[in-house]
Design a protein around this ligand. Structure first.
Ligand code: S3P
Length: 427
């Protein structure tokens, strides 16, 4: 797919699709709750559809229509043994969170996925689940999917996670629902807390204090209504675009601004960006706002590190693009987790930005970007990573000549209408 430098400012109002993390959890928690869960603004991206199909294979009726999805939950102990492989597609969230649920079931199951999923680290969930008494094996013996899980009675543990990962934390907490005693997880830095908020909303006894979350076993979860806020990780592309393209002014409505997810906004502030939060409110325990974003001519590089990293982990590729158009140097540190996402996002961003003429140096745990140079169009392979494709589509708006993105259709994973929404803001 080919892209050209922006010929006019971005203008208009848009609603980005529902949050991916929250959409996954709404299906999962709805499935193990009693009664019907109605989810509006559900993300109809390939990842969340993988989650739906896994639960359908375990006997859960899920009605999917454009207005809402209805999950007819069967309670904590109502899942049935799947009669075929559970295919998690490209989705790490599906794979890791479902593993927590499957570990305590009275049946066996196998999880698989695409080539990317089969190369992502699952040792990070195998270790704590095994400590809880689970029988979970990597079938190739490489700590990756496919995974075989023979359900077993589980014991509660306290887990000191070596990584700030909401997928690891959620996996352990979900297994904790099926354990005999309470389970808690402490992380090195706080990762997104949607599991904690939503499980509580469904009736679980779950508490959070600083970097520790703890859950009581065997709750009665009750089907609920969930309105999924717009995904800040999707909004991030248009935030960056509007800040970069002269004359732009856009309104992004109803975006989730949970403080465990809003690092992009904090970095934009440090860059000196003109972003206003309007109509701040709460929806289903999740804070939301409309974001008014205006072109800001003199963005200034900054340092992005430490506890900020988990709050913007998926936005780092597009933040790197923004940094390339800012003045001065941006340093990103402590972001080694990016190496084990859908692609090695540190490598892929460094190579792609270099191809566009940006002076960027990859480091062990991040990158150093010298901003303020003219970007030039290049051929960029998305590596089938949705966030890479979208980040370079945004970079192309500031680049001379033509940018060609290979395998650009992978945006279907998290934002199927991305290219048409981008075009809408340019007309
Ligand atoms: C997610 C957590 C993050 C994030 C991913 C979604 C989630 O992964 O990168 O896109 O929904 O819990 P990690 O938990 O591996 O950091």
């Amino acid at each position: 797919m080919e892209f050209q430098k922006a010929k006019q400012p971005l203008r208009g109002t848009i609603r980005v699709p529902g949050d991916k993390s929250i959409s996954h959890r709404a299906v999962m928690f709805g499935a193990i709750s009693k009664g019907t869960t109605e989810v509006t603004n559900f993300l109809q991206g390939a990842d969340c559809l993988s989650t739906i199909s896994c639960f359908q294979k375990m006997g859960i009726e899920i009605e999917n229509s454009p207005e809402h999805i209805l999950i007819h939950g069967k309670g904590l102990h109502g899942l049935s043994a799947p009669d075929s492989l559970l295919d998690c597609g490209n989705s790490g969230t599906t794979t890791r969170l479902i593993s927590g649920i499957l570990a305590g079931q009275p049946f066996s199951s196998e999880l698989t996925g695409d080539a990317s999923i089969k190369s992502r680290p699952m040792g990070r969930i195998i270790t704590p689940l095994s400590q809880m008494g689970a029988d979970i094996t990597s079938l190739q013996g490489n700590n990756c999917a496919p995974l075989r899980i023979n359900g077993k009675p589980l014991h509660g543990i306290h887990y000191n996670s070596p990584v700030a990962s909401a997928q690891v934390k959620s996996c352990v907490l979900l297994a904790g629902l099926y354990a005999d005693t309470p389970t808690s997880v402490t992380e090195p830095a706080l990762s997104r807390n949607h599991t904690e908020l939503m499980l509580k909303y469904f009736g679980a006894n779950i508490t959070s204090c600083n970097k520790t979350a703890a859950v009581e076993p065997d709750p009665v979860l009750t089907g609920s209504q969930i309105f999924v806020p717009g995904d800040i990780s999707s909004a991030a592309y248009f935030i960056a675009a509007a800040l970069m393209v002269p004359g732009s002014e856009i309104l992004l409505q109803n975006v989730g601004i949970n403080p465990t997810r809003d690092g992009m906004l904090r970095v934009c502030k440090a860059f000196g960006a003109d972003i206003e939060l309007l109509n701040v409110s709460t929806s289903g325990g999740e804070p939301v706002a409309d974001l008014l974003v205006r072109y800001t001519p003199s963005l200034k590089g900054t340092v992005i590190e430490g506890e900020l990293i988990p709050t913007l982990i998926d936005e780092i590729p597009v933040i790197a693009v923004l940094a390339a158009t800012a003045q001065g140097t941006t340093v990103i540190r402590n972001a080694e987790e990016l190496k084990v996402k859908e692609s090695n996002r540190l490598d892929v961003m460094v190579k792609g930005l270099s191809a566009m003429g940006v002076c960027v140096e990859g480091t062990d745990d991040g990158m150093i970007i010298q901003g303020g140079q003219e970007l030039k169009g290049a051929v960029i392979d998305s590596m089938l990573d949705h966030r890479i494709a979208m980040s370079f589509a945004i970079a192309s708006l500031a680049a001379s000549g033509t940018t060609e993105i290979l395998r650009a259709e992978c945006v279907d994973i998290s934002y199927p209408q991305f290219y048409s929404d981008l075009a809408k803001l340019q007309t």
